[in-house]
Every structure is written in structure tokens, then in C-alpha cells.
Ligand binder design. Sequence first.
Ligand SMILES: [Zn+2]
Length: 479
Amino acid sequence: MKYEPVIGLEIHAELLTNSKMFCGCSADHASASEPNVNICPTCAGLPGALPVANKKAVELAALVGLALNCSINKRSAFARKNYYYPDLPKGYQISQFDFPIAEKGWLEVNADEKNQLKVRVRRAHIEEDTAKLTHEKNYALVDFNRSGVPLLEIVSEPDMRTVEAALDYATKIRAILRYLGVNSGDMEKGVLRFEANISVRPVDSDELRKRTEIKNLNSFRALVRASQYEIERQIKIYESGGTVEQETLGWDDARGVTISQRSKEDAHDYRYFPEPDLPPLNLSDEWIQSIREQLPELPEAKTARFMADFALTPSEARLLTSELSLANYFEEAVRHAKSSPKTVSAWIAGEFMRNLNERNAQPVAVPAESLAQIVDMVADKVIGASAGKTVLTELFERGGDPAQIVKEKGLAQISDEGFIQEIVAKILDDNPSEIEKYHAGKETLLQWFVGQAARATKGKADPVLTKELTLKGLEERRK
Ligand SMILES: [Zn+2]
């Protein structure tokens, strides 16, 4: 029997506020502080301390909701989710239950190489993060700096049928959060975590079977590996006649396996009830509209515009819009360049990205105007393409002015036909036996002759002209 997976994702994203969700403590998203310094009676769960909702967090949550095509509820409310764990000093987490701030949205993702899929976003709700536990051999350490940091939990419907679709959904959400400036996307610091709900069923069936939930996936790689592992595990169970139990799983990245943590709780296990210390959030139409007006151009719209305005292919446009800083850089370079946007795009996708990745640098490391100058010098044949790469590397390493670097390093391209002709003639005259072989049919030698001419001019001779003159010379010497 053929099986298909049914995948839903929950994404926990810290909201990039200065202070925590319900108190004035620093949210310290960079985890730069010593342990247990950003705490107060409220986030340490001391009796009698009262929470106050963070206005900025509510704004950021609404912004994300709107970006994900959700409707924003004019009335949402906080609730207590009761459970005991050492990372939860109050014995309950303040979250939103019946009345989330946003619901019923969607996001279009790539289902596979050819097809698009509209993944429904069930809801997005505000909650507070727990403290951080570090498990040692015989004990565990707890750091309350993270306790009470604002989180947005974005819950999808189980609409994804491939791991690729789940990965694309997660990737797109991360890009949107970064475009909105509500989350750094820095998964190594734990500011963005995924949970995958997975079940499998026979292809062409529409039943929803028992699902498992894999917690705390902290990278795209972990999301992909854990999902693939879990899908195969469940298929094996069904094929051997067993049944899958609803449970919560952990992911052991080193061993590459999911591990049972506990049988899955249902909502009633948490004894949710309305948070008595916080009033409901009442949002006016005007307020929601003012948040809507803050929405920037998002990755999908920018990709479409780059394709339309700059005649880029989908993959060229998607690469440039993957990061807002890169997209802005491209547009600035295009404004400065005489060359076509497509030519600028090719330089960015190639040599520029290679330098960025190699140096772990940001685009601004080289001014967009300087990149435009290099692209134009190559297009105008002032320098060759390889000299252009040399200038770009020099700019990354030491900075400076492109034209000045060309001058200092003597990189200017030679396009003087008479001069190149002389060099080509000398090379041909010096290698009669190679000419003979060429005339006998070994045509690959053409490239060898061109290479000799390039070496004689230290790569500065116009390569197209050099090839033309070499071919001409070889034909003239045919007997
Ligand atoms: Zn606090």
C-alpha cells in the first residue's frame, strides 16, 4: 500500500520587543546576559505579582497575523494553561485559548517542484516563553531570563502532504518574520522553533489518523530529518499491522531518531481558564487599520515585482528576495548601473554571493555603487570578467575605489586589435606542430592557443577578440 503523510506545523516565534510580555524586564533576545539577571516578581512567578500586557508585542503579533492573511479579532483574551514543570515558575503559562488575536489565514507554498499549495493558517496567538533548562548529568540548571519573553505561536492546518511543502512553509514564515522585523530568525539562539504534527494514511484516503507531535525542532535540517524519520516510522508500524499512538516526541539529533516523551495531552488536560489578572484585548478597526498600513512589501510580492520590472526568472528573483537586505542592495545597485538588471542579478547571484558566504559578510560590506561600477566596467570591456572578480574580492578584503584598483593592479583589458594580432601571430609561429595537429582535426587545440595568448597578456586581452584572431590565423595557415 502507498502512504502519504499529513503534516501540520506549529511555529513558536519570539517577538522582538525590548521588554518581556507581562513585565518590564529586558527580553534580551540575543541571550547576551548572565543567567537569571533579567527577572522580577512577575516573571519569577512570586505570589501577588500582577502581569501587564506588552503593547508592542500585541502590535507585532497583529502585524504577523495580517501578513499571513489572517483576520484580526477585535476582541481576544488571555487564558491560563495549567501544567507543572520546573521551567514554569507560576505553574501555569499565560496564553490565548478560545480567543486568539489572529485566525483563518493562509500562505502559499511550493508543494513540490511544480505545484503550489495554499496552506491554511488556523490561528496565531500570543503567549509567554518558559524559562530555559540546561540538563547536566545529575542535575539541571534553570535560567529565568527567558521566562515571560513574548512568543507568537502560529498554527497551521494539517494541509501539507510532503516534507518539502513543510520546509517551504517554515522557510517562508521565517522570511516574512524577518521582513517584518518581528524576529531575527536566528534559530541557533532559539528565537524560532518548530513543532511538527505528523500522521500517515493510505494515498487517496481523506481520514485523519492518530498523529504524533515532534517538539522543539530548532533548525530546518532538524525539521526535515525528524519529519522524514517519523513518516517512515509510522508507515512501518501500519505495514506490520500495528497502530500509531497519539504522543509527544522529542528529536535526538545526534542519533537521528524520535523519542517518546509522554502520551499527548488534550486541551482539557491543561484546565484552561480565563486569566483573571488581565483584561481582554479590545482592538478598534482604526487600530487594526493603522497596523495594516505598516505592512511592508513582503517576499512574494517583491519576487513578482522583480520578475515584472527587471525581467528576472523566478529563481533569480527568489534568490534576491530571500533576504530583505539583499533585495534592497540589488535595487540600489540597479539604480547605479548602466548595465541591465539581469546582468547585475547575475553578478550578485555568482561572485558576490560567493564572497558573502565565504566571509559570512553582509551585502553592505561593498557599496552597491561600487558593485555597479564593476559590472559596467566588464560590460564596457574596460576590464575582463576575471579581472572584475579580482576587483570585487579586493573590495571585500580591503575596500577602495574600483577604477583605482583597476589602475593600480594594471587590470585594464587590452582591446587593441593590432597588439593582440601580434601576440597571436607569434604564438602560432612558435608552435608549428600544434598547428599541424589542429589542421589534422584536433580542434580542441583552438582553446589551447587562446589560452597561450591569454597567458602572454596576463589575462588582459579581450577574450572574444583573441579567439576570433586565433581562428583567423589558423585558417590562414591551412595549406
Ligand atoms: Zn520580569
